[in-house]
Design a binder for this molecule. Structure first.
Ligand SMILES: Nc1ncnc2c1ncn2[C@@H]1O[C@H](COP(=O)(O)OP(=O)(O)OP(=O)(O)O)[C@@H](O)[C@H]1O
Ligand SMILES: [Mg+2]
Length: 448
């Protein structure tokens, strides 16, 4: 099926469409102004002719009224005059003018007199080349003055002007169309460059930035916005890649340990303590499953993009009490009733992660407090974290005590999960110096 013209038009390139549209509007405007110009010119020229003819006719009428008409009547600018008496006879004329046939018959004279406008008449029957504009005035004693003036020259000028416009207008339109085509092409060039840049990124994945034009226009801001977006995507991709390689790295040591234990056990089956081997393998397996769980928790947080899994009213004090009960060495110093909106399991995991850290590092006691304004603190009296590292430890896989035994330390995902969960709940988490020790402060907005 053939496309409709509208569909075809929309399929054309922006450059062609803009050029055609601009040229069409221009052509219309030029044609209109040319025709207005011609008609105004004609009107003005004819008015001038009519005015001078009228002046001549009035002069003749004055002479006719006074009875001082000369024969032939003299005029200066080639005006042809006939004076006709009440009986319709031509009494006086200018030199060389027909004495027998009036330029306008009685009926035409009456019509011109009545509407006061000049009449157009063909001069050839009166041996005058071309057309004339004729004016009629009535004088005393029933006389009529007919004055006419040839307008051949005016018509020739108008025709010449018309021809100039007829040739000039299309030439002008073509020139402007070419100029528009070039200018629009120049304007669209940065967009073409953007497109090429994007294609480069897609094909080669080498250059990661779009070309930014120097001009500070819309294309410039589009290019910078797109580059910002590319930078963010690249950053996210790098983070993702780093996460995968860190995760693989973390998986390697427990797996290698399991493999070694099993190989040793199988290589020397005699005198092998299978129970000990099984315990060792189980410990490594638990490390693996904890790592898998933490990675899954982070992946879920990423997937939801900063929104908690559920948005239910949660009694935070209840969650705190239940979690603290699982740790014998932890003391709950304050527990005001607080209700927050979110996911109880995730909030429980936040406190668990903080308590695991505190219990692991403390030297004597760990204290937990929850105040009515939704501030939860976990304080220990261990070595604390140097100021410079207090932000860094929230990054994934960041461990400060990697020198310590792996069995004691975790994988460095605990605080990352805490921060992202708290953020998803609209809160903040910071680490402070408890002198001695560390205090983790979690702000969660309570529902009123
Ligand atoms: N209460 C604390 N006192 C001193 N250092 C701490 C404390 N809590 C965390 N850290 C330091 O911050 C690092 C990151 O903590 P995070 O909870 O993220 O990881 P992790 O405890 O090592 O592993 P995971 O929690 O995944 O088992 C820890 O390795 C530790 O060095
Ligand atoms: Mg931890």
């Amino acid at each position: 099926m053939a496309d409709s013209p509208l569909v075809w038009w929309r399929r054309q390139g922006l450059r062609s469409r803009l050029t055609v549209a601009a040229s069409a509007v221009l052509a219309l405007a030029l044609a209109l102004s040319a025709s207005v110009l011609l008609s105004v010119l004609e009107r003005a020229l004819m008015d001038t002719v009519d005015e001078s003819t009228l002046a001549q006719a009035q002069a003749v009428r004055v002479a006719a009224d006074a009875g001082t008409l000369t024969s032939p009547i003299t005029t200066h600018d080639g005006t042809v005059v006939q004076v006709i008496d009440a009986r319709g006879r031509i009494t006086h004329v200018t030199y060389g003018t027909d004495r027998l046939v009036p330029l306008l018959d009685a009926e035409a004279r009456a019509k011109v007199l009545a509407n006061g406008e000049a009449a157009l008449l063909d001069g050839r029957p009166y041996a005058i080349p071309g057309f004339l504009r004729a004016i009629v005035l009535s004088a005393d004693h029933g006389q009529t003055v007919v004055a006419a003036r040839p307008i051949g020259e005016i018509l020739t000028s108008l025709a010449t002007a018309g021809r100039v416009l007829l040739v000039g207008t299309p030439v002008l339109i073509v020139l402007l169309a070419v100029a528009s085509w070039l200018m629009i092409g120049r304007t669209l060039r940065p967009i073409a460059a953007l497109r090429r840049g994007a294609a480069d990124i897609t094909h080669t994945a080498r250059s990661r930035r779009l070309p930014v034009p120097q001009s500070l226009d819309e294309v410039h801001s589009l290019a910078t916005t797109l580059n910002d977006m590319l930078a963010r995507l690249e950053e996210a991709e790098q983070r993702q890649r780093a996460l995968v390689s860190d995760a693989a790295h973390e998986l390697r040591s427990p797996l290698a340990s399991i493999r070694l234990q099993l190989e040793v056990a199988l290589g020397h089956p005699d005198g092998q303590d299978w129970r000990e081997t099984a315990e060792g393998v189980l410990e490594d397996t638990m490390r693996l499953s904890r790592l898998a769980e933490d990675l899954l928790a982070l992946a879920r947080l990423d997937e939801r993009g900063g929104v908690p899994a559920r948005r239910e009213p949660v009694d935070l004090d209840e969650v705190v009490r239940r979690t603290v009960d699982r740790y014998a060495e932890v003391r709950l110093t304050a527990c005001a009733p607080v209700v927050v909106r979110g996911d109880a399991l995730d909030l429980g995991r936040v406190l668990t992660n903080l308590l695991d850290n505190a219990v692991r590092h403390t030297s004597s006691k760990v204290e937990v407090a929850l105040t009515a304004d939704g501030v939860l603190t976990v304080t220990d009296d261990g070595p604390g974290i140097p100021e410079a590292d207090r932000e860094r430890v929230f990054n994934r896989f960041t461990r400060l005590d990697s020198g310590r035994s792996r069995d004691e330390g975790g994988t460095g995902l605990g605080l990352a999960i805490v921060r992202e969960t708290v953020r998803a709940h609209g809160g903040t988490v910071t680490l402070e110096d408890a002198a001695p020790g560390l205090r983790a402060v979690v702000h969660l907005p309570p529902t009123i």
